[in-house]
Design a protein around this ligand. Structure first.
Ligand code: SF4
Length: 252
């Protein structure tokens, strides 16, 4: 079953295409939990749930009221008509982890329709799940923001780093770039080695590092140490504009 949590038209807030007007579709479900990011969201029943900054799109048990089951491709396509969009606007598919639906026929039909409509399609993915570029060639036309999780996510290494998947996404897609979420404390704890162990699977791929944080205060706390880290390593610093401007990650 395919679940959508929210959609909104905004600017891309992070990564290579920061500032680009984009229609976001946030799909529900993820193969990880990333409790190490330490973000807390209160459920409708008043329970504080620990996870990443989009825990409401990860934890169906506590946030199911926001999850809509999608039964037809047309339901997804109809979302584009809800906004006054410029022609062929960029579409960002995020989550949760959108690639948990990589083989879903509704999802594939949606991708094909977007591509035929001239849209640029970007996946925000944890880059741990296999994509079949042979069976579904539309994926070759997509951009992949490879947000591979580091140890600060508290996910096990085997689950968060899959070299074959990283290589495949970076090699077969039209474009890919790495995007890491980094907090100030982790910078002195062997992070450099961790990032090297990830990017070795696709060494030609550009690296963007952005500050961890589910709110403005956390993002600002992590920004300056991260800029210094990027300057040392030659990585690109990526802001998290949507959080800095709107102080939240939901629907803006
Ligand atoms: S992989 Fe991404 S969406 Fe999934 S739990 Fe981790 S940070 Fe959240």
């Amino acid at each position: 079953m395919l679940y959508l949590v929210e959609h909104f038209y905004s600017i891309q807030g992070e990564g290579k295409y920061t500032g680009t007007p984009s229609l976001f579709l946030r799909f529900g479900g993820c193969n990880m939990k990333c409790e190490g990011f330490g973000c807390i969201e209160t459920s409708a029943s008043g329970v504080d749930i620990l996870g990443c900054d989009t825990v409401y799109a990860v934890n169906k048990e506590h946030f199911s009221h926001a999850w809509k089951e999608i039964k037809q491709t047309e339901e997804l396509l109809a979302i584009l008509d809800l906004y006054e969009l410029p022609h062929a606007v960029d579409i960002v598919l995020t989550g949760g982890e959108p690639l948990i639906y990589a083989n879903d026929s509704i999802f594939i039909d949606f991708l094909n329709a977007l591509y035929e409509g001239g849209h640029s399609i970007t996946f925000e993915t944890n880059a741990s799940l296999h994509v079949d570029f042979v069976q579904y060639p539309v994926y070759k036309e997509c951009i992949f923001a490879l947000s591979v999780k580091l140890s600060n996510s508290n996910e096990p290494l085997k689950k968060r780093v899959n070299g074959a998947v990283i290589y495949s996404l970076a090699t077969h897609a039209k474009e890919a770039f790495f995007k890491f979420s980094i907090d100030a404390e982790s910078i002195n704890l062997g992070l450099e080695e961790e990032i090297n162990d990830v990017i070795m699977h696709a060494p030609q791929t550009k690296v963007y590092c952005m500050p961890v944080g589910g709110n403005k205060e956390e993002v600002e706390k992590n920004t300056e140490p991260l800029i210094e880290f990027c300057k040392t390593k030659g990585y690109n610093f990526s802001d998290r504009l949507h959080i800095r401007i709107w102080d939240k990650n939901k629907g803006v």
